[in-house]
Design a protein around this ligand. Sequence first.
Ligand SMILES: [Zn+2]
Length: 114
Amino acid sequence: MYKIEDQMVHARGVVSNAIRSGRLVRPGSCEQCGRQITEYAPDGRRWRKDCREAHAIIKDPAQPLDVLWVCYWCRGKIHGARVRVRQAAARRAARQRAAFELPLGGPHRQEAGR
Ligand SMILES: [Zn+2]
């Protein structure tokens, strides 16, 4: 029996292939809150990519194509704090890397040093 993580990895592959091949089509609204998924925010600025597209939530990795299409905000709620914690950790790590690398390299460095 596969682990649930392996099943999810497989299911995500199935879903992304299906989206690419047109078998699954991202809808224009969120199935959870009904929000229209739009290209531009109310202030006229273009949403970042995450917010311009419906996200496919895999309800059951055994039925990967039976997805719930949700907006960015509902996706965040569904994934709960996990996504935010992971993003915050990634931002923190990137900041630390940047703070560490800047004095060494800077804009004039010739070699990447690797
Ligand atoms: Zn929504």
